[in-house]
Design a protein. Structure first.
Length: 321
């Protein structure tokens, strides 16, 4: 059972309540009201701080004394480091060699130990799990942990409160499933059968969860290079929580290409005046590319811009396209 009340209390004290912004040009284009939930403006630059806050505040005093271990492609690690510093907890974060330098610096700037391990996320995660086991420290999963999932779900509750209405559809990125799975669960707990349609958007080069849902079980795929690096990595073959949430509660899946993601990043910068990283821009990419269109007479559409941690050189290359 996901405890959204406890998660809301934990998040309120640590994370930022990010704005729900009108997107007039997108609204005109689609013929329905479109709003963006700007988690790219979050205190650590992504939604991940919500889950980290919920998990770390739930630790026992003994667990806090031992410290925590996490694995991350960058944003989760930055969030764990930030929350751990706030709570006086030691943190070690394992990251793959290709981690965005902005995210790596963000982890280290908060006093956490960052270990560059392996050429893929899965290799880094395997090392982190073994390190947590041998050092008897709690492992803080980026996606497959009920506290983390509940924390991510608080984003959906903020959308409801700020909109003052029920969206017709919510589009959010899909990676390990903690974000959209937590959002779907929170909305269904609050609204029951009146909950909005949930559309999960995957990067074509980082679609392990989507492939797993289609296969009916968690699977592995070779890691591919992608501008949406925040979405890269596996979901764990022993996945216990996020796979079932995505399988059972998400209404529709779509995928976007590398080019479409880069176009969305450029659009966010030029038209929304927001810096959005590749992984954070996939839901926007689905709308801009017409990969997804709202149903006839749909209610308001909410797009989650889940993160804005991107190296200046990467953003500049996208804007020059």
């Amino acid at each position: 059972m996901l405890d959204f009340a406890q998660a809301t209390a934990a998040v309120r004290g640590i994370a930022r309540r990010t704005p729900l912004l009108d997107a007039p040009r997108l609204s005109e284009r689609l013929g329905v009201p479109v709003l963006v939930k700007a988690e790219c403006l979050q205190v650590t630059g992504s939604f991940k701080v919500r889950g980290a806050a919920t998990r770390l505040t739930a630790l026992s005093e003994d667990e806090r004394q031992r410290g925590v271990v996490a694995c991350s492609s960058g944003n989760h690690g930055r969030a764990v480091a930030y929350v751990a510093e706030r709570l006086g907890i030691a943190a070690t974060v394992c990251v793959p060699a290709w981690v965005d330098p902005v995210k790596l610096e963000g982890i280290r700037a908060r006093g956490a130990e960052a270990l560059l391990v392996g050429d893929t996320f899965d290799e880094a995660e395997a090392h982190a799990l073994e390190l947590a086991r041998t050092s008897r420290r709690p492992y803080v999963s980026a996606y497959d942990d009920p506290w983390v999932i509940a924390g991510q779900g608080t984003l959906a509750l903020e959308i409801l409160d700020d909109l003052g209405d029920t969206p017709g559809t919510v589009l959010a990125p899909l990676s390990g499933g903690g974000l959209i799975g937590g959002m779907a669960a929170a909305l269904q707990e609050r609204l029951g059968t009146d909950a909005p349609r949930m559309v999960a958007v995957s990067a074509a080069n980082a679609a392990v969860m989507l492939a797993s849902v289609r296969a009916g079980r968690p699977i592995d795929l070779p890691e591919q290079e992608t501008v949406a690096s925040a979405l890269a990595g596996g979901i764990g073959l022993d996945n216990r929580y996020s796979f079932e949430l995505v399988r059972d509660r998400i209404h529709e899946h779509v995928t976007v290409t590398e080019s479409q993601i880069q176009d969305a990043m450029a659009y966010a910068a030029s038209s929304l005046r927001l810096v959005v990283e590749g992984g954070g821009a996939v839901a926007l990419a689905a709308l801009l590319s017409d990969v997804w269109r709202p149903p006839v007479e749909a209610g308001p559409v909410v797009i989650v811009l889940s993160g804005g941690n991107v190296a200046a050189a990467t953003l500049a290359s996208v804007l020059r396209r």
